[in-house]
Design a protein around this ligand. Structure first.
Ligand SMILES: [Cu+2]
Length: 145
């Protein structure tokens, strides 16, 4: 997994990780999260930010960070996909932290800031928002295959 870093900086090369068991699992989002994510799309459009989902060339995938949720909360992506997280919130910073894989937390991202990681190895990658995983349960899952 390569961290391309927030603000276009290369942060370094990292290997991929697979959770114990290797079972590809992704829970469906709850109704609250679905509502937040619908709002996130509207807010991103209003701010001129990317929408969530695959990029036009199919090589990238965007995840929005909004109101203590990652949108979409779970995604199944091909190996080599460049995943970009964008903070849509105006007054709350978020991060991306692959804690279970033993990775360092990304920078705290402010409004419209991004971090991009390329996932080079198949596996289940659960990740958290550093400031909001404990109290707000802000987390997401990527199935890379
Ligand atoms: Cu957060």
């Amino acid at each position: 997994m390569r961290w391309l870093g927030g603000l276009g900086l290369a942060v370094g090369m990292l290997g991929g990780g697979t959770l114990a068991g290797g079972v590809a699992r992704a829970q469906a989002p709850d109704a609250f999260t679905i509502g937040i994510c619908a709002e996130a799309e509207l807010e991103a459009a209003k701010q001129g930010l990317a929408k969530s989902g695959p990029s036009a060339d199919g090589k990238g995938f965007t995840i929005l960070m909004y109101k203590y949720r990652f949108c979409p909360q779970a995604a199944t992506l091909a190996v080599g996909t460049a995943v970009t997280w964008i903070n849509v919130d105006k007054r709350t910073s978020h991060s991306v932290w692959l804690k279970e894989a033993g990775r360092p937390e990304s920078d705290r991202l402010f409004n419209a800031e991004t971090v991009t990681m390329v996932f080079d190895k198949p596996g289940t990658y659960r990740y958290l928002c550093g400031p909001h995983w404990e109290k707000e349960a802000m987390s997401g899952t990527l199935l890379i295959r």
